[in-house]
Design a protein around this ligand. Structure first.
Ligand code: ATP
Length: 375
């Protein structure tokens, strides 16, 4: 007896591993005993289906694996309403989902404002993830699976390098965040545990599945398209075919480093934080001990400062979606590493950072909070 083609076998291993890991994590957290390999038969796995090759291959594989594990599969197709034919594309995906045997199929229309400032692509993504989240909440889904591939990962790392990003950003797209899982990114142990775009296409060919190539992919996210169609192929020509695998490996190595550094920084942040003082009973001024932070390595100091800035913005009611620029972090860090009476240093989220009496103070400049600002 011959087994399935290698791409299908690899996809099954990847999806099964991701689902089992999720079930184990949930069982550890809730102390629910798993009955061998089997879980609650009504437990749902949502698959985000665009109708493209990646998510179609993911759905077909998930239906197969979920049945073996006693789980049910719910395909969710988000219609962003951005193209004239978006409803018929969604219906086409619904037909495919029914054909591969999804237990439930939902098409959800979302509103995406085409004319608002900022990228329409980003707004569509946010609306899509919000809708998936809402549907997952409503059905109590155990996991939401997305079809990102190793090619997406390599592109993400290259885009990060082009921006001069640090370890967290070069760690790329996470395999798992809460209930969101991306099984085709593999386990991280080596790239052969994941799937490339050519593999998902091969799976759809082998299973004779109808797939839809999004024409908007070509003009929406221009930088990403340039990386996909020009930069990466050229890099492969000059440096060798292996370059995409190498970029994926870089993401895996840096994710390990970033995880350790972020954990350490969170511990240092907690240890350096001073409790609300008499002058600031509401705790809207966030204070850190400068003496505790100064001896730390810069990689830790800057992470602690970023954590503090995010927390201060939250306390002040101005969580910022702008990330802090490197030069802003270094300016704040100079209050620790090269203090000569400088400051205040402005940061996103309407924060000013001062040094005073052996403390680094993050003060929100929101009018309601300014009244409580220390002198
Ligand atoms: N219209 C859609 N409906 C449901 N799921 C979708 C839709 N579009 C994309 N997805 C899911 O998201 C995955 C990634 O798609 P794509 O690469 O187009 O998104 P992206 O915008 O890069 O996503 P991300 O922001 O997560 O990186 C798909 O494989 C699929 O699982």
């Amino acid at each position: 007896m011959t087994g399935p083609p290698p791409q299908i076998a690899r996809a099954r291993t990847a999806v099964r591993a991701a689902l089992l890991q999720r079930l184990t994590d949930l069982a550890d957290r809730t102390d629910h005993a798993l009955h061998g390999d089997q879980a609650d038969a009504s437990a749902r796995i949502i698959v985000g289906l665009s109708g493209g090759a990646d998510s179609t291959a993911l759905l077909a594989t998930t239906v197969w694996c979920a049945r073996k594990l006693g789980l049910s599969t719910h395909a969710v197709i988000i219609d962003h309403g951005l193209a004239d034919d978006s409803a018929s594309v969604a219906e086409r995906a619904r037909t495919t989902a029914e054909r591969v045997g999804a237990d439930q199929v939902t098409v959800r229309r979302v509103q995406v404002d085409r004319d608002a400032p900022g990228g329409v692509e980003q707004r569509a993504r946010t609306a899509r993830l919000d809708a998936l989240d809402e549907i997952a909440d409503a059905s109590g889904a155990l996991a939401v699976l997305l079809g990102h591939t190793l090619d997406d990962q390599a592109e993400q790392v290259l885009l990060g390098l082009a921006r001069g990003s640090g370890a967290r950003s070069l760690a790329g797209i996470p395999r798992e965040r809460g209930r969101i899982l991306r099984p085709f990114l593999g386990t991280g142990r080596d790239e052969t545990t994941g799937l490339w775009r050519k593999d998902t296409r091969a799976i759809c060919d082998q299973l004779d599945l109808d797939i839809w190539d999004d024409p908007m992919n070509e003009d929406q996210d221009l930088l990403r398209v340039a990386v996909r169609t020009a930069a990466l192929p050229q890099l492969q020509e000059v440096l060798g075919e292996h370059v995409t695998s190498a970029l994926v490996r870089t993401a895996d190595l840096l994710r390990d480093d970033a995880d350790v550094l972020d954990d350490l920084a969170a511990e240092e942040f907690t240890a350096a934080r001073r409790h609300p003082s008499a002058e600031d009973p509401d705790g809207t001024v966030l204070a850190l001990s400068a003496t505790a932070l100064a001896p730390l390595a810069r990689a830790l100091r800057t992470r602690v400062l970023k954590l503090a800035a995010a927390e201060a913005a939250r306390l002040g009611g101005h969580p910022s979606d702008k990330s802090i620029l490197r030069r802003q972090v270094l300016a704040a860090d100079s209050l620790l590493s090269a203090y000569r009476g400088q400051g205040p240093i402005p940061l996103p989220g309407r924060i000013d950072v001062h040094r005073s009496n052996g403390a680094i103070l993050f003060v929100t400049t929101h009018p309601a909070a300014t009244q409580r600002r220390p002198s």
